[in-house]
Design a protein around this ligand. Structure first.
Ligand code: AMP
Length: 394
């Protein structure tokens, strides 16, 4: 895979697929610029070389050309992040856009309209990809968040740049951090899996079982394991149809010599509510009318020990209902331990959906080694899949 750092983009028009799928409020103001900031390094590299970055992205899920989803809403934010003016083209493949691109000068930045205004984008239409490719002389993919989609701008387009296709700085960092866990991780390697359901994590568990030395299974998904082992879980969340699967995971862990850490106690509540009555119960002795909402103190001690004695840590999924303050202690405690272990020299990767929201909420973002920017793309990587957007660059 070509790196942008081995190439000079001087005087080139460079198509950069970024992930500017940012959240907007009712007034169409950007509420979180992280994704724009994440693409800055790659855009700056092209600018510093003296090239013309032509930025392209999707935004939301528009049905046709719907101004509500226009990328015009974010132009000001892109300008603020980059510190340079940005020209918005209002289209992608129309003659007026082509003209604007042709007339653009080195070190100017252009932003194309929302790619999903064209149904061809999500269909991975080859003609559409070819038309976009005609706008630039090089192609950089820096949109890890959409690398699991075989869309025109994320995958198909790469074939029109047999030589000049590159992985952007962000994409490269994401790939490297996954490799640092799944391929070349320093032992002992620990996986921390939490979240609500076993069913949504099963492929990840199966894939990482042959890579990790230790595995913490926390959060809502642990109750399916506990019940399968004969425990009393009260009204806790459980997938009865996944109990035999849970038992086969426990068996596989034994066979592979993976140390499986299940919670031993739990903060229970008499209602799924922040203001519910709470008490600590043994994980396998939860009375009816009560449900497990967060990891208990003894479980956190076990988790902490496993985290502190690992050299590589992968964290996906909270170990409690962290959105409610009363049940956030477990996830905060795991975040603290992972931060401390990182400070002691281990490599920690946090990825996939809610664990990312949790590290941001509790401000551990800068205390772990890497926080992935791609939810679905990260989960598919952890499942062991090769993402089409990454494969297309190889
Ligand atoms: P996931 O998207 O599968 O990672 O699941 C994340 C969700 O799991 C979060 O919204 C948590 O509130 C939820 N969760 C974690 N622990 C529990 C629990 N003990 N009971 C119910 N939901 C939980």
């Amino acid at each position: 895979m070509n790196s942008i750092y081995n190439y000079n983009f001087k005087n080139q028009k460079v198509l950069i697929r970024v992930d500017f799928n940012v959240p907007l409020n009712n007034e169409k103001k950007v509420t979180d610029k992280s994704r724009i900031v994440a693409a800055k390094t790659t855009i700056k590299k092209v600018l510093e070389d003296g090239g013309t970055p032509i930025l392209m992205s999707h935004l939301g899920r528009p049905k046709g050309k719907d101004s509500e989803f226009s990328l015009s809403h974010i132009v000001k934010d892109v300008e603020d992040v980059l510190g340079v003016p940005v020209k918005f083209t209002r289209g992608v493949i129309e003659s007026q856009t082509k003209e604007l691109v042709q007339k653009s000068l080195p070190k100017e930045v252009l932003l194309l309209e929302n790619l999903r205004f064209y149904p061809e984008e999500q269909k991975g239409d080859e003609n559409f990809a070819k038309e976009i490719s005609n706008l630039g002389e090089s192609y950089i993919n820096d949109a890890f968040g959409t690398a699991h989609r075989a869309h025109a701008s994320t995958t198909i387009i790469a074939k029109f740049f047999p030589q000049n296709k590159f992985a952007g700085d962000l994409l490269q960092k994401e790939i490297e951090s996954i490799k640092r866990v799944m391929v070349s991780g320093e032992k002992p390697i620990l996986g921390i899996l939490g979240g609500a359901k076993v069913s949504s994590k099963i492929t990840i568990i199966e894939n990482i079982m042959s890579k990790v030395d230790k595995l913490i299974i926390g959060g809502g998904m642990s109750f399916t394991f506990i019940k399968a082992l004969g425990g009393r879980i009260g009204d806790s969340i459980c997938e009865d149809d996944k109990m035999s699967l849970a038992l086969s995971i426990i068996k596989k862990a034994k066979e592979k010599n993976v140390e499986l850490c299940l919670p031993v106690d739990v903060v229970c509540a008499d209602d799924f509510s922040n203001s519910a009555n709470t008490k600590i119960c043994e994980i396998n002795n939860i009375p009816d009318g009560w449900q497990g909402m967060d990891a208990g103190p003894k479980s956190l001690e076990i988790f902490n020990k496993a985290i502190m004695s690992s050299k590589t840590i992968l964290w996906n999924g909270p170990v409690g209902v962290f959105e409610m303050e009363s049940f956030s202690n477990g996830t905060v405690s795991v975040g603290k331990s992972v931060s401390q272990s990182t400070n002691n020299g281990s490599f920690s990767l946090v990825g996939g959906g809610d664990s990312v929201a949790a590290v941001k909420k509790f401000k551990f973002e800068n205390k772990v080694s890497y926080v992935s920017t791609g939810g679905g793309a990260m989960l598919e990587s952890l499942e062991g899949k090769t993402l089409p957007g990454i494969k297309a660059l190889e």
